[in-house]
Design a protein around this ligand. Structure first.
Ligand code: SAH
Length: 221
């Protein structure tokens, strides 16, 4: 077994808390119960790893709140055979949760240092169906496309055209859109090669998506 058993009880509590808050997908809840979130944060923050809260991971970025990870994964409607692209690897936690639900995960992070740390975690925890790359995720990952699902862990100004184009027919893209303080989580469903159905799911709070089809880079992000 690749999972670490310590802190299992805390993970179980967290998953029950998420279920009480409305997460229905049993597989998502089970995966939250399995992934050792304390190993995706720095040792100083490990005590807080099973609180339903975002935590700092360096480079001005955060590991998303477990509820938001669960909500986004559930909204993407994951299925066993799916190949899924994640933009914004960060700590690697969401990719690890996702890796239990689908066939293969491709994840892109713009900060080389974070990507390197996430890669090391995947290797040591033996998550061997995750591939990490450093780069601008707003342009997707053309060589590996099309994807059955795309999850974006940072909020952009508009839905990147490249990501829509890299969705398979029947594929689902889940992405927060909008400026700080007024972001909405959106789901785009590709119903045919030409048709995309967009729906707004709820209000959310994410770090900015920086890149060619995202926000322009400012001084510190
Ligand atoms: N899924 C992560 C959450 C990370 S927060 C986790 O579970 O820890 C969002 C991440 O998106 C940050 O690490 C940020 O650096 C990254 N990011 C922002 N814009 C990006 C872009 N254009 N391409 C790739 N990563 C990006």
């Amino acid at each position: 077994m690749r999972e670490v058993d310590e802190r299992q009880k805390e993970r179980k509590c967290l998953s029950e808390e998420l279920a009480a808050q409305g997460i229905r997908d049993k597989m998502v809840l089970e995966s939250i119960c399995t992934v050792p979130r304390h190993m995706f944060v720095s040792p100083e923050l490990a005590d807080y790893a099973y609180y339903d809260a975002p935590l700092s991971i360096g480079q001005g970025q955060t590991i998303s709140q477990p509820f938001i990870v669960a909500l986004m994964l559930e909204a993407m409607l994951p299925s066993r055979a799916d190949r899924v692209l994640e933009i914004g690897t960060g700590s690697g936690y969401a990719a690890a949760v996702l890796s239990h639900l689908v066939h293969r995960v491709y994840t892109i992070e713009r900060h080389a240092e974070l990507a390197k740390e996430a890669y090391a975690r995947f290797a040591s925890l033996q998550y061997d169906n995750i591939t990490v790359r450093v780069g601008d995720g707003t342009k997707g990952w053309l060589e590996e496309s099309p994807f059955d699902g795309i999850i974006v862990a940072a909020a952009g100004p508009t839905i990147p055209k490249s990501l829509k184009e890299q969705l398979a027919v029947g594929g689902r893209l889940v992405i927060p859109i909008g400026e700080e303080g007024q972001q909405k989580l959106m789901r785009v469903y590709r119903s045919s090669s030409e048709e995309f159905l967009e729906e707004t799911l709820c209000h959310v709070r994410f770090v900015p998506l920086i890149g060619e089809e995202g926000w322009a880079e400012k001084m510190r992000s």
